[in-house]
Design a protein around this ligand. Structure first.
Ligand code: SDX
Length: 427
């Protein structure tokens, strides 16, 4: 693309510089547009807007490519670990063994939660949705870890980042234990990040919990697949909250709230509920018809994506992992058959082909999580647990960006023009 773009507004011509990244679409720098033309751009949903410059994650939606600091997601999922990917996202390079061990030890030593925070859970009903608990407890972290809330101090920013990555599994596990009426388990430093999470979640104080290595590996892979994803809705929420100078715990709580929506991270819970509602392969055509019916708000949950207009590379890995885990655990789940048949039918249906709707990361994840033993209400909690490293990496990048300003979009106003107040007796 040329290095400048011309725009004609009100008969006048304006030039705007065009910038190229290391890969992907160029951007037209329109920061001077309003000052020069008196007009705003209009882009609800930000379908054509780059909100920032970033070096963390790159997605090519047409080619089904997802890179974390340049490394393809399928290679990371098959060969790396969530701790190593966390280090990579935060620091930009793969660590050597000594550095990885040091980072893992640092995270491990932050997994304990302030003892008083356990009382927060008692304030929730036992049947509270775990995402409601996560929003509350993570937001409250700033009340207990006030010594890592000065965002101008790089050391405090990194301590807060480590604390968030480390404490999310503990908070998530406590949310589940509370919902089933079991006592909380303290972290065990001798276990891996993911093994520790599984024990805190499914263990009980009356007996030793044996971490199943197959489940541990699958869970760790699922965390990798959810770690970061460019400027998605919840990451953009974290960046916007952070742009005002809010403390990191408050920003991540905002990201959790946004992720909860069924159009975003809540889709994994909604997708499994949908598969259960369909129930059997013979009922799939009825739901495909509903998804295509403009007058029916029903959508195929786990299908479609703002960026991927080809396959979601994470869904490919997730489907393979689902197959492996179900076989290893000897679980035969009819909804996995429904999922595979639904995918085949949808991928050969002109509606889905024309609208470039493919299974996304949320379509198969629920099958694995259900086989492992998680209730559907925990699915988005697990998404939030994993995405926390992406959120804090993007938050750190934003805070360190010399060009960052408080985010403050404008609008196209279509309300009443100025008019005088009319006293109630004269209306
Ligand atoms: C995540 O952004 C990210 O990176 C998110 C994420 C991440 O890692 O952070 O990848 C995680 O959120 C994955 C997406 C999970 N959501 C779902 O699975 C919910 C179901 N999907 C849809 O709600 C939808 O596909 C979105 C929200 C994911 C994307 O919506 P867009 O890009 O705004 O697309 P759209 O709603 O404008 O849809 C385009 C067309 C529409 O038809 P027309 O109005 O053009 O006639 O496709 C249709 C939609 O009606 N469509 C669907 C559909 N998704 C879109 N029709 C049926 N079923 C669907 N799932």
């Amino acid at each position: 693309m040329a290095d400048s773009a011309k725009l004609s507004v009100g008969g006048k011509e304006f030039d705007y510089s065009v910038r190229s990244g290391s890969v992907g679409p160029d951007v037209i720098d329109i920061r001077k547009l309003y000052a020069q033309t008196g007009a705003f751009t209009f882009d609800p949903g930000f379908t054509s807007t780059a909100s920032c410059e970033s070096a963390i994650t790159y997605i090519d939606g047409d080619e089904g490519i997802l890179l974390h600091r340049g490394y393809p997601i399928d290679q990371l999922a098959e060969q790396s670990s969530f701790m190593e990917v966390s280090y990579l996202l935060l620091n930009g390079e793969l660590p050597d063994k000594a550095t990885l061990d040091k980072f893992t030890t640092t995270i491990t030593r932050h997994t304990m939660l302030h003892e008083q925070m356990a009382t927060f859970y008692r304030g929730f009903r036992r049947d509270a949705h775990p995402m409601a608990i996560m929003c509350g407890v993570v937001g409250a972290l700033s009340a207990f870890y006030h010594d890592s809330t000065d965002i101008t101090d790089p050391h405090q920013r990194m301590v807060a980042s480590h604390r968030l990555i480390a404490k999310m599994p503990t908070i998530a596990a406590m949310s589940y234990q509370y919902s089933v009426g079991r006592p909380f388990l303290y972290p065990r430093n001798s276990l891996s990040y993911t093994g520790n999470f599984l024990r805190m979640t499914f263990g009980n104080p009356a007996e030793e919990y044996e971490v199943n290595p197959v489940v541990e590996k699958a869970m760790d892979k699922i965390f990798i697949l959810h770690a970061d994803h460019e400027q998605n809705a919840s990451t953009s929420t974290v960046r916007l909250a952070g742009s005002s100078g809010a403390n990191p715990f408050a920003c991540i709580a905002a990201g959790i709230a946004c992720l909860w929506g069924p159009a975003h991270g809540g889709a994994n819970e909604a997708a499994l509920e949908m598969l259960r509602e369909i129930g059997t392969v013979d009922r799939i055509p009825e739901y495909i018809a509903r998804a295509k019916n403009k007058d029916d708000p029903f959508r195929l949950m786990g299908f479609g994506h703002r960026v991927y207009k080809n396959f979601d590379p994470r869904a490919t890995v997730m489907k393979k992992t689902a197959d492996e885990v179900l076989k290893e655990l000897g679980v035969t789940d009819p909804i996995f058959d429904v999922a595979r048949e639904l995918e085949q039918i949808a991928l050969n249906d002109p509606y889905f082909i024309d609208k470039k709707l493919y299974p996304n990361v949320d379509f198969y994840s629920g099958v694995i999580l259900s086989a492992i033993g998680f209730p559907t209400t925990m699915f988005t909690v697990l998404f939030a647990l994993a995405r926390t490293v992406g959120w804090v990496a993007q938050w750190n990048e934003m805070i360190s960006d010399p060009e960052q300003k408080i985010g403050r979009p404008r609008q196209l106003y279509t309300g009443p023009v100025q008019r005088d107040y009319v006293p109630v007796g004269k209306r």
